[in-house]
Design a protein around this ligand. Structure first.
Ligand SMILES: Cc1cc2nc3c(=O)[nH]c(=O)nc-3n(C[C@H](O)[C@H](O)[C@H](O)COP(=O)(O)OP(=O)(O)OC[C@H]3O[C@@H](n4cnc5c(N)ncnc54)[C@H](O)[C@@H]3O)c2cc1C
Length: 507
């Protein structure tokens, strides 16, 4: 069982009595019919302690590993299928599942349960937008086969679910969710909502997902990455703002020469120092000027073109008679922002270079997590990852960054920030030098939660709530005591004995 007692948050105290590894939906139903506490887990890549067991049975989905054949633009996959396997299987058919988080070891069940979102949420939305149906086993063992569009909430605001184990009347909460691109903040609730949406993002507290019917799309052929060093945040925000607006115009007009950006990632100055300290710049053969205040990593979608054509377009991009293509327009935009010369592109088909640029981005959280681990070992065992995962509407992003900076500086904290800037969602992470830094960081994050809600954002964007006391407190701040009471009524209706993921979402 040792392999199942910890998740990626390294939440302390994981323990369990048994691990169940069901092969079928029937097996899952048998486990749940026993009426003992069960925590469903996928890859345990949770960053919130949500996949850390607190006793009783860990239900690993590892054997729910079947991937169906795509029919039209849909593909059914077992809850335990890792996203890398799913993408590999879809690639054979020229398809892909776009809203993946940056960790491809995560499972289908895990991403649905947390409504995970990746870098490309800007263009493709979150997991929720790509779930066409779910099979869920409820506490007591009833199996629900849900197809999106078949069970919509009526004016009474109550879902009625009947099965051999009984009739459940589920009163949907009446709070208003923040209107942002990504949210992983307790139960989804909206007038006329689909029952499928109640289980997406519920973090395993309302049922065990055994399989999902996923919407898929044609694989993107002309994917290109640009690593763009920028002097400071205001310049970076101006560039990101332009790229966002122009891309949205391209989607609306369908202009084949329009700039089409799916994602923009962000690494701040402290993150760049970490990359250099760890030698990640040498490892991935990437460099940036010393004066660079931050790096942007842009995911650009181009029409299919050969590398030779792409080189030609780049080298002539600033000429008057350059062809009017998306790549030329992109280069010209970088030039107008004064960053073209220092930028580097991994052209479509250059998988090796793309992996190096993506490797640099991933080396930032890896470097920060390693430092937190060392501090825990060498300084104080109570030291833990102390990070925010908040999202605001993009036009409030600069304000949010100022709030972060001021709040951390006032407390004298060392912080690295990176993330999905095209969504207005970044992850400030404290680099703790003492347990007091962790406590100060937590206080800062709770303060930010109030400010982010004031800006129309959500303090819990993509990682969920889990068992983390700060995230549970942020959820309460967001919806208030009455909102939490409404969520508890949903839980009570579907899981009256509190056997599904006890301690997750609610203390
Ligand atoms: C390096 C790294 C990068 C990451 N990047 C991102 C990112 O870009 N975006 C993002 O959103 N997240 C990210 N995450 C967080 C994590 O990958 C996601 O939360 C992911 O969705 C978890 O999937 P999992 O299979 O590991 O689920 P687990 O961690 O095993 O479980 C997560 C939660 O879902 C529940 N659950 C799991 N399977 C089921 C099921 N079948 N039925 C019901 N409930 C279930 C669990 O009980 C738990 O509460 C990252 C994590 C790491 C380590």
């Amino acid at each position: 069982m040792a392999a199942h007692l910890e998740d990626a948050a390294h939440y302390p105290g994981g323990h369990a009595d048994a691990v169940a590894r069901p092969r079928t939906e029937r097996d899952v139903a048998d486990v749940l019919a026993a009426g003992v506490p069960v925590l469903a887990v996928g890859a345990q890549s949770s960053l919130t302690g949500g996949a850390t067991p607190a006793g009783s049975i860990v239900l690993s989905t590892v054997r729910l590993s079947e991937v169906g054949t795509p029919i039209d633009d849909r593909n059914r996959a077992g809850a335990g299928v890792p996203l890398a396997t799913l993408q590999g299987s879809l690639a054979v058919h020229g398809l892909e599942f776009p809203p993946v988080p940056t960790y491809l070891g995560a499972t289908v069940g895990g991403v649905v349960a947390t409504n995970a979102a990746g870098a490309a949420t800007f263009k493709y939305g979150t997991t929720r937008d790509w779930v066409a149906g779910l099979t869920v086993v409820l506490a007591g063992g009833d199996v629900l086969d849900l197809l999106r569009g078949e069970h919509l909430l009526d004016g009474g605001g109550v879902f009625v679910i009947e099965g051999p184990a009984g009739r459940r009347e589920v009163p949907v909460p009446t709070y208003r969710m923040p209107d942002v691109t990504k949210r992983s903040a307790g139960y989804h609730a909206a007038p006329g909502m689909d029952l499928v949406d109640l289980f997406i993002g519920a973090e395993g507290t309302l049922g065990v997902i055994t399989s999902a019917l996923l919407q898929v799309t044609a694989a993107r052929a002309g994917l290109c990455y640009a690593l763009v060093p920028v002097d400071d945040e205001p310049h970076a925000m101006a560039l990101v703002g332009d790229l966002r607006t122009i891309s949205q115009q391209s989607w609306a007009s369908g202009d084949p020469a329009g700039i089409d950006v799916a994602a923009i990632e962000h690494m701040d100055r402290r993150s760049l120092e970490i990359l250099r300290e760890d030698g990640a710049d040498r490892k991935y053969e990437v460099s940036w000027p010393d004066q660079a205040g931050l790096l942007l990593l842009v995911q650009l979608e181009l029409p299919l073109l050969s590398q030779a054509e792409a080189y030609d377009q780049i080298s002539s991009a600033l000429d008057e008679d350059a062809p009017d293509t998306a790549l030329v327009r992109f280069c010209r935009l970088l030039d107008r922002h004064g960053v073209l010369d220092d930028s580097e592109l991994a052209l479509p088909g250059d998988r090796k270079r793309a992996d190096q640029l993506l490797g640099v981005r991933e080396a930032v959280p890896a470097g920060v997590n390693a430092r937190v681990g060392r501090a825990r070992r060498d300084i104080d065992p109570r030291i833990a990852k102390t990070a925010a995962d908040m999202v605001v509407p993009f036009d409030r992003f600069a304000e949010m960054m100022t709030i972060y900076r001021d709040g951390f500086a006032r407390r004298g904290l060392d912080v690295a920030t990176w993330g999905h800037v095209s969504d207005g969602n970044v992850h400030p992470n404290v680099l703790p030098r003492s347990y007091e830094d962790v406590e100060q960081g937590r206080a800062a994050i709770l303060e930010f939660g109030v400010e982010v809600a004031r800006l129309g954002g959500c303090p819990l964007a993509e990682h969920g709530v889990g068992r983390h006391p700060v995230k549970q407190a942020l959820l309460r701040q967001l919806y208030g005591d009455e909102g939490i009471a409404q969520m508890r009524r949903v839980k009570q209706a579907l899981d009256p004995q509190d056997v599904l993921a006890p301690g997750v979402l609610f203390p």
